[in-house]
Design a protein. Structure first.
Length: 193
């Protein structure tokens, strides 16, 4: 649009105040306590929940979540993964900053897992495990907006997607929702070996 106006191929001129406002908004994204948000409203090109075999999706299936909720998780994962990749390519974050952020999320997850899964024992019924896992997952979705990579980065997909990424780590996820997920994973890997 700007190029068309400058070359005389488009309608009315652009106001100086509009240009100034845009420049201020852009520069604000690159301050030390902020990062640009580029993937709000973006979706993966293809998404088939029933055929998705990633570990974080398997974890959500273990909680018996609806396909729609799993779809939301896939979108959060996609947005966070793409956003972090872009930040890294543009050198807006360094590896250690991302690692420290993941460590923060994993530590907070560990604390809440200890609370929410405290009464789960080897003899606990599967329904109790699913309930505890759902409570832990809901905590990650709804009560972690204060856990930010930088103070002014408040876009929800950044933290939600980061949890999905941690739940997708291989060979073993750094976070998991169902209290027995790691035991199940170990048995699957044992059989495959």
């Amino acid at each position: 649009m700007v190029i068309r106006v400058l070359t005389g191929k488009a309608g009315p001129s652009i106001k100086v105040q509009d240009v100034s406002d845009k420049l201020v908004a852009l520069s604000d994204q690159f301050k030390a306590d902020n990062l640009p948000i580029d993937f709000r409203g973006k979706h993966p090109d293809e998404m088939d929940v029933s055929k998705d075999d990633r570990m974080f999706v398997a974890q959500l299936r273990a909680l018996k979540l609806s396909e729609e909720r799993i779809q939301h998780a896939i979108i959060d994962y996609y947005r966070a993964y793409e956003q972090r990749s872009l930040w890294a390519r543009e050198r807006l974050v360094i590896t250690s900053e991302l690692e420290q952020y993941e460590d923060l999320l994993a530590e907070e997850w560990e604390r809440h897992k200890a609370i929410l899964c405290e009464k789960i024992t080897d003899s606990s019924h599967e329904d109790a495990c699913v309930e505890a896992g759902n409570a832990l997952y809901l905590w990650a979705l709804n009560n972690t907006s204060h856990l930010r990579i930088r103070e002014r980065v408040t876009e929800p997909y950044v933290v939600r997607g980061a949890f999905q990424m941690l739940a997708n780590d291989r060979p073993s996820p750094r976070v998991h929702w169902h209290p027995r997920f790691l035991d199940r994973l170990a048995k699957i890997l044992e059989k495959a070996a």
